[in-house]
Ligand binder design. Structure first.
Ligand code: DGJ
Length: 744
């Protein structure tokens, strides 16, 4: 049997070829580096998996136009004019560094992935050293045995006697051969996360960065895909994906100089973060996960989804519960009666979990708006005199599980916590702190172990006393708006951002060690923390505070590039929508929410009986396709960004026995003409029976109950009527379909 991952170091005899190539392979990809002791390691190849014969004859990459191929260029000795991955100030003031290979090894690894699951692969360690100094930079590459992912990162150790200063410390550099290379990345804003941007790479520098301090996925996201042979296509073409597994300030730079390559760099943002490494200390940089796919953007996404479900997401082998979250339904107006009614309603509609959002806590100050009480994590005796006990009793009575919202990293200037611990907040010395949400919100300094203990106690107090709490929504609604740690020494104030995130990860690890089973949602003003730095400790994330079904199609489309449906919380909400005030039909809202982890974000009391009955049917239908959506392979078929008012995607089970197809019309115009969408991922030889879910039409579709081969569906698709066949009074401008395909 062919070994899935191979490493081989081989000698190429002919003059001018590489002295020693090191090869890392995954099932579908190969990375080749030229590593020689006493020289800088060089890039040779990253792409589709190569056979031994191909490897033996692998042509040298071009070095025309003085192309530089070093995979970890450091500033000063060899590289001064081009972009570098690493720079430091040595203790003697020397700003130049030359990182040459001192030694290297490849070895099989069997370790524990960030989500706690065992994984296997191959690790290449290249020990880099400056001939003038004792410090060591290890450059690592780790290839997985069973997913097409190669992770790259570094660590730097000060082996000298005096402190050195790191001024640039990217995790990786990858040269990407010029040609018709297009970059896909995601721009965003609060309530408008993950907006797709595609750019043809040309000369110059493209920098994507984050300096929020806390929520690095609200605005531009660090994860990118390179389409190597022209404008990106969903299901064809060569793609390199690169995901930075980090939750803090990041910098992604793509530099295109006068050589034959684009140079991709990614890692911690060094802005205002120079790092002092004392004698014996080590700084480890976050991993960048590379994937290669020759099946287009969707293929690269499937690689990320596969990796995430195996190694980067908690409980990814367990179906997610269908829930009602209280936020958009009642905001801060929480009390026992309303919580009980919401629980009863979601239970009646078939939901499995009720989550009580913001507004439940208060001691000295009330939480009736967003300006007070964060940190005072005691149930408000006025709103909830029966406390958590009564809420849990009500949940049991109604037959649903119970979840609760917390924001453990925050306080308000109007809060008992702040009054007792003003030294716990992040603020600049001698200055009044700049405040965030509500004009009073402050960020607690997670660099401080006492603050870490406090944040842990927020979880521990709830979960140890009330083990029936099944779900925690962990929110974070403010950036770091002040530079200053009251904990870090004055000479290390520039460590604030990095130390904060180290503290955050320690906190996550501690929580998971004690509470491995509880479901935790990662939320930060919506999708502000949708990143693989944090997700390994979480089960899912809130895609956006914008629940408008139309804009969600775009945001969910973008989010799906890197994150699997099982992780994407998508809720049916009220109309007019609270973020954009658009009125969409209930059917459209359900069909859009159903393409991920389905939930509701609404006061059911305000729904009509007809709407409740419809949602009851939607939830029961969702349960029949939940495994297909949550564990299936995603094929994005027709992008909403194409500009022709249509979006379509589908999920197919790995055995290709079942599929769910989604079709959305984005705008209604007279004289409209949509292409018929060809399906993907089916078995051409299987025959699939068609069935429409969430049907509102008076008559079934022509194709209802009929069978078609996978070959036919992939060559022709199915005809979707442009509107719904409903009674005149029910006509509106929204149209969408959810279709199941079941192999006979
Ligand atoms: C922001 C979140 O994204 C919302 O879902 C909600 O939990 C609010 N915070 C509560 O303050």
């Amino acid at each position: 049997m062919k070994k899935l991952t191979t490493i081989l170091a081989f000698l190429c005899a002919s003059a001018g070829s590489y002295a020693e190539n090191v090869v890392l392979s995954t099932p579908g990809s190969t990375l080749v580096l030229d590593v020689n002791k006493g020289a800088e390691p060089m890039f040779v190849y990253y792409g589709a998996r190569l056979s031994d014969t191909e490897l033996a004859n692998l042509p040298k990459p071009t070095t025309a136009n003085w192309s530089h191929l070093e995979v970890y260029p450091s500033y000063g000795a060899t590289h001064t004019m081009s972009e570098t991955a690493f720079a430091m100030r040595h203790a003697d003031g020397n700003m130049s560094t030359q990182l040459l290979c001192d030694d290297f090894k490849t070895e099989p690894v069997s370790d524990i992935a960030p989500n706690g699951k065992p994984r296997k692969g191959t690790k290449l360690t290249i020990k880099l050293k400056d001939p003038l100094y004792p410090d060591i930079v290890n450059l690592y590459y780790q290839a997985y045995d069973d997913v097409d992912m190669i992770e790259c990162w570094t660590d730097v150790t000060n082996n000298g006697k005096q402190t050195v200063t790191l001024t640039q410390f990217y995790s990786t550099c990858m040269p990407i051969r010029r040609g018709n290379v297009h970059l896909t990345h995601f721009h965003g804003s609060w309530a408008s996360e993950a907006q797709l941007v595609e750019t043809k790479l040309t000369n110059g520098m493209l920098r994507i960065k984050n300096k929020d301090g806390l929520r690095n996925a609200t605005t531009d996201r660090s994860d990118v895909m390179f389409s190597l042979d022209g404008p990106a296509q969903e299901n064809t073409g060569d793609i390199i994906g690169a995901v930075l597994c980090y939750s803090g300030n990041y910098s992604v730079t793509i530099d295109t100089d006068d050589t034959e390559y684009h140079y991709y760099f990614a890692g911690i943002n060094p802005d205002n973060s120079e790092y002092h490494l004392k004698k014996g200390e080590t700084l480890t940089t976050p991993r960048v996960a590379y994937t290669f796919s020759n099946k287009g953007l969707s293929g690269a996404s499937r690689n990320y989804h596969d990796w995430a479900r195996k190694y980067m997401l908690r409980h990814a082998d367990q179906e997610r519960m269908i829930l009602l979250n209280s936020w958009e339904g009642v905001y801060f107006n929480i009390n026992h009666e309303v919580m009980d009614q919401m629980m009863a309603d979601i239970a009646m509609m078939g939901g499995e979990l009720f989550v009580m959002d913001d507004g439940w806590f208060a001691t000295k100050y009330q939480r009736n708006t967003d300006n007070a009480a964060l940190g005072d994590w005691v149930p408000d005796p006025k709103k909830l005199p029966g406390g958590i006990d009564k809420l849990l009793a009500d949940a049991r009575k109604n037959g649903v599980k119970f979840g609760i919202w917390v924001e453990p990293e925050m306080t308000n200037s109007i809060a008992e916590l702040y009054e007792n611990h003003p030294d716990w907040v992040i603020k600049a010395p001698g200055r009044e702190p700049v405040k965030g949400r509500g004009g009073t919100q402050l960020v607690l300094d997670l660099a401080n172990p006492k603050v870490q203990d406090f944040a842990f106690s927020v979880f521990d107090n709830l979960l140890s006393k009330y083990p029936q709490i099944a779900y925690i929504k962990w929110d974070a609604n403010a950036p770091i708006m002040n530079h200053g740690s009251q904990y870090l020494p004055k000479e290390d104030q520039s460590h604030l951002y990095i130390a904060y995130h180290e503290g955050l990860i320690k906190l996550c690890q501690r929580i998971r060690q004690k509470y491995p089973d509880v479901v935790i949602q990662d939320c930060a003003s919506g999708g502000g923390r949708a990143n693989y730095g944090l997700l390994p400790y979480f089960d899912e994330f809130w895609v956006s505070d914008n629940t408008d079904a139309l804009q969600r199609i775009y945001m969910q489309w973008g989010t799906s590039y890197f994150f699997p449906a099982i992780a994407m919380a998508q809720h049916i909400s009220a109309v007019p929508n609270h973020a954009v005030f658009r009125t969409t039909s209930m059917k459209f809202r359900c069909d859009v929410a159903m393409s991920g982890r389905l939930g509701m974000e609404i006061q059911p009391k305000n729904m009509t009986d007809e709407e409740k009955t419809f949602c009851q049917k939607v939830i029961s239908d969702y349960k029949t396709v939940r495994p297909v959506i949550q564990f299936g392979d995603l094929y994005r078929l027709h992008s909403p960004y194409e500009g022709d008012n249509l979006a379509s995607l589908m999920y197919v089970t790995q055995d290709k026995a079942k599929a769910v197809y989604f079709w959305y019309k984005l705008e209604t115009m007279k004289d409209e003409h949509f292409p018929r969408v060809k399906m993907q991922g089916l078995d051409p030889n299987k025959k699939y029976v068609v069935h429409e879910l969430n049907r509102i039409d008076n008559k079934p579709l022509d194709c209802e109950g009929k069978s078609y081969t996978g070959a036919y569906l992939m060559a022709n698709g199915l005809e979707m009527p442009y509107s719904h066949d409903v009674d005149y009074a029910k006509l509106n401008d929204w149209s969408s379909r959810v279709i199941t395909l079941t192999a006979e």
